[in-house]
Design a protein around this ligand. Structure first.
Ligand code: UGA
Length: 445
């Protein structure tokens, strides 16, 4: 099939790159001319394992094209997939500016019937709204063609997006149009889930499925995070509790890991958007408000422990941070708990030095620029003279910690493990003061 993708962000590039490997011809359109030029030279603007190679392979095969001409991208298209950004507009609501401008381009340019899939995460009712916008535009042009709009949310996780695209746990499609169902079955015929079925439902249910899924994952995490704080006080171990809960298929093992808070471009934004959408209909999603509040509190938890250690006085203190990205295998800093911790530390007068295996490489463009903040390229260089080391991201390289080297370099041998990746007994054996998320008891006296 000839596939047109609008948007060359994370979702658009993964979708385009993977579909080319499944024998489709893909043309990606973006209004960002510089980005298109870079992509045509094989320069991928985001870090995702395997994506560079996938894009290069696609370009070499001649089946993956990038263009900033909407007209070229839509020529002979069999299906259009919208993968443009739908950010928070600053009030918790979702901005549909990019999606609406896609609708405008489509209705002003297309000259043949073709279905549109909305892959971007959009509020309930958006597919119908976009369908109406496109039809209005077509009517003004007196074009007698059909452009059905369906919802087809994506459920990929950053860091493992490519393998998940090839082996999806489900494909959700929101449409009542039989022809669209047929085309979408053809599109995904080589990347079907184990059930070999696409879950077809109304566009509204499909749109909500996406929010409900992400909000539920956030709910699981906040529940475990809040329990973890109780564990530290009561002498229970949140990791053992997790292991005891996970085998129950009604609970499921994923997203039960306590940590220093969840981040990313999806969970926090989608939870806020869902709260906002329900609020507009007069429904108070109080559960999700609590999930959000618990997460904000959790992002401050490690700072509060550090503050306790130094009696609230961070003057002349240096804190080292390992891990900046919101999770490993990505350079994505959106909503990262490390940002909250860094801001809290800087506001308190502390010096901060950070290291991240990927984010450090682009340290000149780091979003917080402050004379008390340094970002280094070596994990041990940055701990020199530090009074405390905080681990914010569970990069696997941090598990192979060299306690002896660390102990020699640090001023005070203290570790706050925000991802529970170290073994508490090993830290104790190496004479480190060690705090984690709900595994070691905190003395309240
Ligand atoms: C999330 C969803 O998990 C995907 O299903 C969804 O497709 C995607 O958003 C999206 O909407 O595009 P992602 O943003 O890649 O995926 O991040 P996650 O892997 O879900 O991690 C989110 C945050 O939760 C991270 O900060 C991670 O460290 C944290 N987390 C995750 C925990 O603290 N505990 C856990 O048990 C799991």
């Amino acid at each position: 099939m000839k596939v047109t993708i609008f948007g060359t962000g994370y979702v658009g590039l993964v979708t385009g790159g993977c579909l080319v490997q499944k024998n489709h011809e893909v043309i990606c359109f973006d209004i960002n001319v510089g980005r298109i030029e870079n992509l045509n030279e094989g320069n991928v603007p985001i870090f995702e394992p395997g994506l560079n190679e996938l894009i290069a392979k696609g370009i070499d095969s001649g089946k993956l094209l990038f263009t900033s001409s909407s007209k070229d991208s839509l020529k002979n298209s069999d299906i259009i997939i919208l993968c443009v950004g739908t950010p928070d507009d600053g009030t918790g609501a979702t901005s549909l500016k990019a999606i609406e401008s896609c609708a405008k381009i489509i209705s002003e340019t297309l000259d043949h019937s073709v279905p549109v899939l909305i892959k971007s995460t959009v509020p309930v009712g958006t597919s119908v709204k976009i369908q109406n916008l496109i039809h209005k535009g077509l009517k003004e042009r007196k074009m007698d063609i059909l452009i059905p709009v369906a919802s087809n949310p994506e459920f990929l996780h950053e860091g493992v997006a490519i393998s998940e695209f090839y082996n999806p746990d489900r494909i959700v499609l929101g449409t009542q149009d039989e022809q669209v169902i047929e085309v979408v079955n053809k599109l995904y015929k080589d990347v079907m889930p184990e059930s070999n079925e696409i879950l077809v439902m109304s566009p509204e249910s499909s749109e909500l499925t996406k929010y409900a899924s992400n909000a539920f994952l956030g709910t699981k995490i906040s529940y475990m995070n809040q329990l973890s704080q109780f564990c530290s006080l009561a002498g229970a171990n949140i990791d053992d509790v997790r292991k005891g809960m996970g085998p129950d298929p009604d609970i499921a093992p994923g997203y039960l890991y306590a940590g220093c808070g969840f981040g990313g471009s999806c969970l926090p934004k989608d939870i806020s958007s869902l709260i906002h959408q329900a609020g507009e209909k007069g429904k108070d999603l109080s559960i999700l408000k609590a999930v959000r509040d618990v997460n904000e509190n959790q992002k401050r938890y490690l700072f509060s422990i550090a503050s306790g250690l130094f009696n609230g006085n961070f003057q002349d203190k240096k804190i080292a941070i390992w891990g900046l990205a919101f999770k490993p295998k990505t350079d994505d800093m959106r909503g990262a708990p490390s940002l909250t911790i860094i801001k809290n530390l800087l506001d308190s007068g502390s010096k901060v030095e950070c290291y991240d295996p990927v984010v450090s490489k682009d340290r000149e463009n780091f979003q917080i620029q402050n004379e008390s903040l340094k970002i280094g390229l070596d994990p041990y260089e940055i701990v020199k003279g530090a009074d405390c080391l905080i681990i914010c991201t569970d990069w696997s390289e941090f598990k192979n910690i060299n306690y002896e080297k660390l102990g020699r370099l640090m001023n005070r041998k203290t570790i706050l493990d925000g991802r529970n990746i170290l073994i508490p007994d090993e830290a104790a054996l190496n004479n480190f003061e060690y705090y984690d998320i709900g595994r070691t008891k905190i003395d309240q006296t």
